[in-house]
Design a protein around this ligand. Structure first.
Ligand code: ARG
Length: 324
């Protein structure tokens, strides 16, 4: 399908608007788009013409494909390069049809076990398992990394009931990852509600990692970056009228500095926000949304993992409690 220059310009304007509020727009649009369609999602998905879907939709997956086709170079704000071997639970989620893991990458994820990855619902909603590939065991996105095909994608059934709410999904791999306790591919334990009082207090230092943009208008990176000492912003502060004005539900946590300058960004979605403990780090959040990146009074918003510990174990044990 050929497009007129005017349509292209209009499309680009729309796209840059979506960038400005990465998350709010796409999740809200998706919530509207998918309302009432959940029961038939499987059939409508398989019937959908993918070519149309990738040009009309605006999720991270479609954006990675568009950038690749249009030759756009596909980044954590104020982060540092993560030395090889650090953050061994971080994975990249990529579009299977794009050969280079760097261009393919559109979201992050965390290793929960040898066959299960935790990510954001907005990263994988509406995608087929065959459309995505998981890259593990490397901080550099190139073709030497360990890759896995996907068997199943489980989106939280209440994703999007409120904007960005329950932004969590599970990805089951076809073949197990070679996990070890000291190698380059490791699982990260989930933070529990019992840990919260101790580890998620005001100002508690968190760590976020990703291959996303290093500035709001920047580009993605081939080498993983991390941001440490990212402080927890209590929900009541994050919900102030000067900040997110009530948009932060009990299923979200905020982390960042109100002065701005430290944040995750587009492309980091789905990836880990971890809390340091006396022993190994624990997964406290999933990169979910934010208005712009690193803006003042707009901290990053993360899915509150501790609320989903039961959901995760139900899903991976095939219990009906998973999506009921
Ligand atoms: N929604 C964005 C994505 O899909 C990133 C969200 C994080 N934004 C932020 N300002 N912390 O990659």
């Amino acid at each position: 399908m050929r497009r007129s220059p005017a349509a292209l310009v209009a499309g680009l304007m729309l796209l840059s608007f979506a960038f400005a509020i990465c998350g709010p727009e796409t999740a809200a649009q998706r919530a509207r788009r998918t309302k009432g369609k959940r029961a038939t999602a499987a059939t409508s998905r398989s019937a959908r013409n993918r070519a149309d879907a990738t040009t009309q939709r605006s999720g991270p997956y479609e954006e990675a494909l568009r950038n690749y086709r249009e030759g756009v170079e596909p980044k954590v704000v104020n982060g540092k390069p993560a030395p090889a071997g650090t953050f061994p639970w971080q994975v990249a989620i990529g579009a299977s049809e794009v050969p280079d893991a760097f261009y393919a990458h559109f979201c992050g994820g965390s290793i929960h076990s040898a066959t299960w990855i935790i990510t954001a619902a907005h990263c994988v909603e509406g995608l087929l398992p065959s459309e995505i590939t998981i890259t593990a065991g490397t901080n550099r996105l190139d073709d030497t990394a360990t890759q896995r095909r996907v068997r199943r994608i489980i989106i939280h059934k209440d994703y999007g009931d409120l904007p960005h709410n329950n932004d969590i999904a599970l990805i089951e791999l076809v073949d197990a990852l070679p996990l070890s306790t000291d190698g380059p591919i490791r699982a990260v334990p989930l933070l529990t509600l019992a840990d919260e009082g101790r580890l998620l207090t005001e100002g508690a230092p968190m760590v976020v990692t990703g291959w996303g943009r290093t500035t709001e208008r920047g580009v993605k990176v081939r080498d993983l970056r991390y941001l440490d000492n990212l402080p927890i912003v209590p929900r009541n502060i994050c919900n102030r009228t000067t900040a997110y004005d009530g948009e932060i539900t009990n299923n979200m946590i905020c982390a960042g500095v109100l002065a701005g300058g430290m944040d995750s960004c587009k492309g980091d979605s789905g990836g880990p926000l971890t809390a340091e403990t006396e022993r190994a780090p624990k997964l406290a959040g999933v990169v979910s949304w934010g208005e712009g990146c690193a803006r003042a009074n707009r901290p990053g918003v993360y899915t509150r993992v501790s609320n989903y510990v039961g959901w995760v174990s139900a899903c991976i044990s095939n219990s009906p409690r998973c999506n009921r």
